[in-house]
Unconditional design. Structure first.
Length: 255
């Protein structure tokens, strides 16, 4: 099994430690408080297998999920086959050409961090802005360079994490190598998924190069792309950011 097929098949267990319903509760609060228009249509960028798209659709929103991976989108369509108000398409998030504009956009689980150059990050943000009506809200998360650097020893020490989902157990082994000058991290990740019923073990490994941002440069990039930063949090529980925050949840508004 190729790594892309592996991640599509096991996406839900790989992210089973995340509380999707709680994260969508957060999104709804942000939409209600900060959007300058009623949020009915939502664009989910880098949607994976559609875990947030499906939850939002179940709450009554009209949702379009886009992802660069064909197998991820196929899995998302399979999961949502009985839900009328959600659809999915394969697309490069840097060059979206959509027939309509949306009231809100989300890019969850570090989507922007995959764009490691300033040019790609700007293309990504401008593409999102071009897909939104004025006053719409854009919510995304990413890594905070300041907090990661403070915890550098922790991130560069190999670690193992366990996920459990039904009869499946997933072991994640990872280590990071930080490049401060380029503000990137090279992440070496290996997964072993064990089916307790059948005894079958599937494995996959891959290397990711992820961009680390500072809050100040995010504000600059967003301003250059037609957004204003409304607020930033440490996580989806609305904790305020500090220098030690490893992650950032950014709430921006299309101007």
């Amino acid at each position: 099994m190729g790594s892309e097929d592996f991640y599509a098949q096991y996406y839900d267990i790989l992210y089973s430690h995340r509380n999707v319903k709680s994260e969508v509760d957060f999104l709804e609060k942000v939409f209600q408080k900060h959007a300058k228009r009623s949020v009915k249509k939502i664009l989910d960028v880098g949607c994976g297998t559609g875990i947030h798209s499906v939850e939002l659709a179940r709450r009554g929103y009209s949702v379009l999920g886009v992802d660069a991976s064909k197998v991820m989108i196929e899995r998302a369509r399979e999961k949502a086959k009985d839900i009328d108000n959600v659809s999915f398409m394969v697309a490069d998030a840097r060059h979206l050409k959509l027939p309509e504009k949306y009231d809100a956009a989300i890019a969850m689980y570090g989507v922007i961090s995959y764009f490691t150059t300033d040019e790609d990050a700007l293309d990504f943000l401008k593409s999102i802005r071009g897909s939104l009506e004025s006053g719409s809200i854009f919510v995304f998360d990413t890594w905070n360079m300041l907090g990661v650097l403070e915890k550098r020893v922790y991130y560069e020490t190999p670690s193992t994490h366990v996920r459990k989902y039904g009869s499946l157990i997933a072991l994640k082994e990872e280590s990071w190598r930080l490049n401060v000058l380029s503000q990137t991290s090279t992440a070496e990740i290996s997964w072993s998924v064990i089916d307790l019923k059948s005894g079958v073990i599937d494995t996959a490994s891959h290397t990711l190069v992820l961009r680390l941002f500072t809050p100040r440069e995010l504000k600059h990039l967003l301003r250059e792309s037609g957004f204003e930063v409304v607020t930033m949090f440490e996580d989806y529980t609305c904790k305020p950011i500090t220098e030690s925050s490893s992650e950032l949840v950014v709430v921006a508004r299309a101007v």
